[in-house]
Write a new protein. Sequence first.
Length: 245
Amino acid sequence: MSSANTRTFEEKDRAALIGNIEKQNSSFKLKYFKLHGMAWTVHLILATTGAKWECISPQEWAAEKNSTLFGVLPVLYETTSSGQAIEIPESEAIEYYLARKFCLYGTDVFDEIKTRSFSSSINAIINYYLYRVAVVKDETYKAVMLGRFLSEALPPFVATHERHLEANGRNGHYVGNKLSLADIKLLIAVDIILALTGDEHVSKEKTPAIWTAYEIVNDIPSLIEWRNTESYKEVAEGNKRNLGI
Ligand SMILES: N[C@@H](CCC(=O)N[C@@H](CS)C(=O)NCC(=O)O)C(=O)O
């Protein structure tokens, strides 16, 4: 049996975090189980920004659980170029931390609020599918929830995001002319939509603004490189097994 969890945040870690928040030349280990799941956005941030990173997974989770701050994964472990260690728990905190570090909130606070709004809306559609449809075991209830997802949640999501991306000039970005957290999250939503509905809701012809953004992120060389690794293949297979996509 593992010993009780005695961990909490420590004041001694403040300086390393503050001193390195804007430095991008660290190396990262993202500890999670072998699927995208709650680490999906974090995987994509690390892959699209060209960060030096690797996925690690627990050898024996029961024994490792209490060595984490919250007893759950994902946890991000960063080693800075000067050898300092930084640990960030909780998926949302990791996303926020990395998005700040890699400048994924646009150029000012207006861009940041827009990025957060788009990201929140994208999270809602992803989470609807993952937690109200994909994880449901009862086949009859699953079919009902999938029907609702497709008829009630998906069409307004697609129309709304096409409108906002069109308004930004159909340049493949939600804010300004550069990659943001929202662009990255959109990739997950579109992959889910394409897997479920083919080109019925999203395609180059039907939603050109969404499609442009999707293609830009999909074509980032460091993402393509990650997708060719064995580690990615294990994660993608685990996702398919656990969440159906
Ligand atoms: N609030 C956490 C939830 C993380 C979570 O539920 N992780 C699950 C895997 S998806 C986990 O670690 N389960 C193992 C356990 O609870 O022992 C987050 O957003 O990171």
